[in-house]
Design a protein around this ligand. Structure first.
Ligand SMILES: O=C(O)C(=O)C[C@]1(C(=O)O)C=C[C@@H](O)C=C1
Length: 367
């Protein structure tokens, strides 16, 4: 063995010894933290019947702090992701969360659920957005995850419409960068693709790419990206557009990566539940307001926000289910309903609206 090689080996041994010793410190500290969480659970239980183990505002604060004090070299996002999983495991010790999401397995919504709750939550795929609302309302699961808007394709009307008849609250939001890939199975003949399956939104997000590279191939819209991937499994002349999770789940090969037309393509998801979330220090509020279709109605509705210095992040209009040319506005803005300026604006909006419902104040998405 050369002198260099043996020096290298020695250095490697030394570093690995150091890593072993750091790992045992980390393990001890994680266990100490987990014991603390168990004590927190005991304190919560001694406080009353309706125990809320999951605290979105506290989780947001823990993650933000992990990012702020990050000394590097890991990125802030990586550091927060690690803490996300530690907290998820600690919460599972207190009370394992049950979370329903718009499935099937392998969809972007599952990815969003994992990003928000970590891997220790028990998650349940459901076939439709309405079903996710229903399961949370029935108490069969603690929370639900549903898509609400895509930066390329706009709003998910189905989610907004469900709020018209539901009493559920918004407890959180997650934003996910959406990367679409073209994928095939082992039996697909690359040069004989005549059909591409995907969800209609994903086909739309990749429209220009498809026009350039597969102009004459039939585009078939199916219920989800994961369903598209499942179909391709046994078809020699088909491909699917879906995300990483679907490719992994169905063992497909990615032929072309990141084929979305816009590089900043992202989707926002909502966490729905029954709890009102206290302020975290950086929050958003979602509001549903009905107005008669009178001239200047939208203007009147927006003035209080401007007067109280509140930033609107989104305004959507949907026809009310009662018809009669009544419109429902969905408004998102920065701030918590408990803060003075927001409370004042809500009073004024309430006075000019025919109906108003605060869908929830919740921490702004951290990761
Ligand atoms: O602080 C709490 O209330 C806890 O239960 C602890 C903890 C954590 O692990 O930090 C766990 C779950 C909650 O959702 C928030 C935080």
């Amino acid at each position: 063995m050369s002198e260099d090689k043996s020096q290298q080996d020695e250095r490697l041994l030394e570093l690995r010894d150091r890593i072993d010793s750091i790992d045992s410190d980390i393990a001890r500290l994680i266990s100490e933290r987990a014991n603390c969480a168990l004590e927190v659970a005991e304190v919560k239980k001694s406080n009353g019947e309706d125990v809320l183990f999951y605290r979105p505002e506290r989780e947001a604060q823990v993650l933000r702090r992990a990012m702020q004090r990050n000394p590097g070299p890991l990125t802030n996002e990586e550091m927060a992701r690690l803490f996300r999983e530690i907290m998820s495991a600690c919460l599972a010790l207190e009370d394992p969360l049950k979370v329903a999401y718009l499935g099937p397995e392998g969809t972007f919504t599952q990815q969003a659920a994992l990003k928000h709750f970590g891997h220790s939550a028990v998650s349940k795929p459901l076939a439709a957005i309405d079903e996710v609302f229903r399961e949370v309302e029935a108490g069969a699961v603690n929370y639900g995850v549903v898509p609400v808007e895509n930066s390329t394709e706009g709003v998910v009307n189905h989610t907004l419409d469900n709020f018209m008849t539901s009493n559920l609250k918004i407890c959180g939001e997650v934003e996910l960068r959406i990367h679409q890939h073209l994928m095939i199975s082992d039996v697909t003949r690359k040069d004989s693709i005549t059909r591409i399956y995907s969800h209609a939104q994903s086909l739309a997000q990749c429209r220009k790419w498809l026009d350039s590279y597969y102009p004459n191939v039939e585009r078939v819209a199916v219920a989800s990206n994961a369903e598209a991937a499942r179909r391709v499994k046994g078809e020699w002349n088909a491909a699917a557009i879906a995300g990483d999770m679907a490719a992994e789940l169905y063992g497909l090969k990615i032929l072309n990566e990141k084929i979305e037309d816009r590089p900043d393509n992202s989707t926002r998801f909502l966490i729905i539940g029954t709890q009102a979330v206290p302020p975290s220090g950086d929050d958003k509020t979602s509001l549903m307001v009905s107005m008669r279709n009178a001239p200047g109605a939208l203007h009147d509705l927006l003035v209080p926000f401007q007067e109280h210095g509140i930033d609107l992040t989104r305004v959507e209009t949907r026809p009310a289910q009662s018809g009669n040319w009544t419109y429902v506005f969905f408004i998102d803005f920065v701030g918590h309903r408990d803060s003075e300026n927001v409370a004042a604006a809500l009073r004024e909006v309430g006075a000019c609206a025919s109906d108003m419902k605060v869908l929830g104040s919740y921490p702004r998405g951290v990761l």
